[in-house]
Design a protein around this ligand. Structure first.
Ligand code: AHR
Length: 512
C-alpha cells in the first residue's frame, strides 16, 4: 500500500506547549505506595523515592504531573497529608475502596516533582469540599509567610513557597461515580467562587474547569456550555478525558478510535469559542486533556476495580499493555500533537502501576510497558512547531463501540486513513520529526513524504515499534519483549523522504 504526506515549513498548526507532555499520579492502587514512593525498597532514597522509578520517569520525560486525583481528590482532605507523618490520620478512600495512610501528601509530592524536574499540577476537592479548603491549600502552598497556612507549611519544614501555577478545579464532577457529583450549574457556581478566592491569593494561577469525563457522557456539550457560562472569566482551561478501549476485540476499530479524540477536541474548542462569542469576548480558552490513555481490561464495574477489606495500596487497575494497545496509544499521541494550537496541557493517566507506562513489583524491579515508548518519543522528540501534515492514504470504514458513560455509543468511522501522522519542526535544532502509525494489520506502507522548505538533507534516526503478536506484552521476566528497533531503509533525497512502514507499526523518523 502506498501513502503520501506533504508538509510545509510555513503551514503551521501551532507550537507545542511543554505541558502537553504531562502525566498523572493519583492515590490509586500502587501508583504512589509501591510506585513512586516505597520507603525501605533497596532503590529508595532517604525520602522513600524509588530511584529506579525516577530513572524511568526521566527517560519517559513527562513535563507536568497532575496530583492527587482523579476520583480520589473528590473526597480528599489535603490537611491529612501534611505535618508530622506519625500524626496523620488513616482514612477510608471511597473512590477506590482503600485505606489511605496519608504517609505521602502534598509536600512529599512537591519534593518528588523537584527531584524529577517536573512541574506540579494540583487538583482541589470540589466534591466533598469547596472554596474554603481550596483557598487554604493555595495559601499553604504559595503564600510566602506571615499567615496561619503559610507559616504552617514553614513549620512543616518547607520554608519556600511551592509556587504551584496550574490547578484543576475538581475532577470529573459530571460523573455519577464521583463523590458529590454535581449538575453543571452546581459545579459552575462552586468552581467560580473557588477560582475567585484562589486567584485573590495568587493572581498568577492558571485554572482548569472540569469539562466532560468522556465524549459519550449524556451531558457532553450542554455541560461545557453551562459550566463555561459560569466560569469563563475565571479560568484559562477547560478539561476533557478519554480512555480508548478494545472491549469489542476489534483491532481495526480500536486503532481508528484515536480519531474520535480529534473530534472531541474540536467539539470542545467549538463550544468554548461559542461561549466566548456569546459574551463578545476575544478570550480563547485552552484545553487541558488531563486524563488520556488506553484502559479497558481493568475497568468496568466498581466491584471489579476494588479489593474487599479496605487494603492499603491494593493491586488495582494494573493494566498490562499489549503491542496493539501501544498502537492505539500512538494514535492518541498524534491526535494531541495535531491539536497543539488549543491543547496546551495534557496528562497521560497515569504514571506508575495503575494504568501506567511504568510497572513495578513492590520490593522488586521496575520496567517499561509497551505504551512507554510512544510517549517517551513524543515527549523527547515532539516539541516545537507542529506542521499540518496532508496525508493521502487508502482508507477503511469501521465502527467503534464504547459502552462507557451513562449511555452506550457506537460511533461510525466511514473513512479512516490507514496512515495517521504528525510532523513537528524543531526550528532551533533544524530537525523535523514524523510520528507515523500504520493501521493496516497486514500490509506495509510504502511512504513518501514531501518536505517543503525545511532544508532537510538526511535521516538522523528512524525507529519502529512492532511485534508479530499484537497481544505481546512486557513483563517482569521479559521486560523488553516489545521495544523500538531501527527502521531500515529510510532515506531522504531531493526533499523527499522514503520509508517502508511495517504493517501494524508505530514509527518515528527524524530528519535534518
Ligand atoms: O485515571 C483513573 C480514573 O479515571 C480517575 O481517577 C478518574 O478521574 C477517571 O475516571
Amino acid at each position: 500500500m502506498k501513502a503520501r504526506v506533504t508538509i510545509d515549513r510555513d503551514v503551521l498548526i501551532g507550537e507545542t506547549h511543554d505541558r502537553l507532555f504531562g502525566a498523572f499520579v493519583e492515590h490509586l492502587g500502587r501508583c504512589v505506595y509501591g510506585g513512586i514512593f516505597e520507603p525501605g525498597h533497596p532503590e529508595a532514597d532517604e525520602k522513600g523515592f524509588r530511584q529506579d522509578v525516577l530513572a524511568l520517569v526521566r527517560e519517559l520525560a513527562p513535563t507536568i504531573m497532575r496530583y492527587p486525583g482523579g476520583n480520589f481528590v473528590s473526597g480528599y482532605n489535603w490537611e491529612d497529608g501534611v505535618g508530622p507523618v506519625e500524626q496523620r490520620p488513616r482514612r477510608l478512600d471511597l473512590a477506590w475502596m482503600s485505606t489511605e495512610p496519608n504517609t505521602f501528601g502534598t509536600n512529599e509530592f512537591i519534593d518528588w516533582c523537584r527531584a524529577a524536574n517536573i512541574e506540579p499540577m494540583l487538583a482541589v476537592n470540589l466534591g466533598t469540599r469547596g472554596g474554603d479548603a481550596a483557598r487554604n491549600l493555595v495559601e499553604y502552598c504559595n503564600h510566602p509567610s506571615g499567615t496561619h497556612w503559610s507559616d504552617l507549611r514553614r513549620a512543616h519544614g518547607w520554608e519556600q513557597p511551592h509556587e504551584v501555577k496550574f490547578w484543576c478545579l475538581g475532577n470529573e464532577v459530571d460523573g455519577p461515580w464521583q463523590m458529590e457529583h454535581k449538575t453543571a450549574r452546581e459545579y459552575g457556581r462552586v468552581a467560580t467562587e473557588s477560582a475567585k478566592m484562589m486567584k485573590w491569593i495568587d493572581p498568577s494561577l492558571e485554572l482548569a474547569a472540569c469539562g466532560s469525563s468522556a465524549r459519550n457522557m449524556p451531558t457532553f456539550g450542554a455541560w461545557e456550555r453551562e459550566v463555561l457560562q459560569h466560569t469563563f472569566d475565571h479560568v484559562e482551561f477547560i478539561s476533557l478525558h478519554t480512555y480508548l478501549n478494545d472491549y469489542a476485540g476489534d483491532m481495526p476499530s480500536f486503532l481508528a478510535s484515536a480519531d474520535l479524540m480529534d473530534s472531541f477536541i474540536e467539539e470542545v474548542v467549538a463550544i468554548a469559542d461559542a461561549v466566548a462569542a456569546e459574551r463578545r469576548s476575544d478570550k480563547r480558552l485552552m484545553l487541558s486533556f488531563d486524563e488520556w490513555n488506553v484502559w479497558y481490561r481493568t475497568r468496568g464495574k466498581k466491584e471489579g476495580r476494588t479489593v474487599p477489606g479496605w487494603p492499603v495500596a491494593p493491586q488495582i487497575l494494573e493494566e498490562v499493555y499489549t503491542m496493539g494497545d501501544a498502537l492505539a496509544f500512538g494514535g492518541a499521541c498524534i491526535s494531541l500533537l495535531n491539536h497543539a494550537d488549543r491543547v496546551k496541557a495534557a496528562c497521560l493517566a497515569q504514571l506508575v502501576n495503575a494504568i501506567a507506562p511504568i510497572m513495578t513489583e513492590t520490593g522488586g524491579p521496575a520496567w517499561r510497558q509497551t505504551i512507554f515508548f510512544p510517549f517517551a518519543q513524543m515527549s523527547n522528540l515532539g516539541r516545537g512547531r507542529v506542521l499540518r501534515a496532508r496525508v493521502e492514504s487508502p482508507t477503511y470504514s469501521t465502527s467503534y463501540y464504547d459502552p462507557r458513560g451513562a449511555q452506550e455509543h457506537r460511533f461510525t468511522l466511514p473513512e479512516v486513513p490507514y496512515l495517521k501522522c504528525a510532523a513537528v519542526h524543531d526550528a532551533d535544532g533544524g530537525f523535523a520529526t514524523l510520528f507515523l502509525l500504520n493501521r493496516h494489520l497486514q500490509e506495509d506502507v510504502a511512504l513518501e513524504v514531501e518536505l517543503r522548505g525545511l532544508g532537510a538533507g538526511s535521516v538522523v534516526s528512524a525507529e519502529t515499534l512492532r511485534h508479530d503478536d499484537l497481544s505481546a506484552t512486557n513483563t517482569k521476566d521479559a521486560p523488553e519483549r516489545v521495544a523500538p528497533a531501527p527502521l531500515p531503509g529510510a532515506a531522504l533525497q531531493d526533499g523527499v523522504l522514503r520509508a517502508t512502514l511495517p504493517a501494524a507499526s508505530w514509527s518515528v523518523i527524524r530528519v535534518k
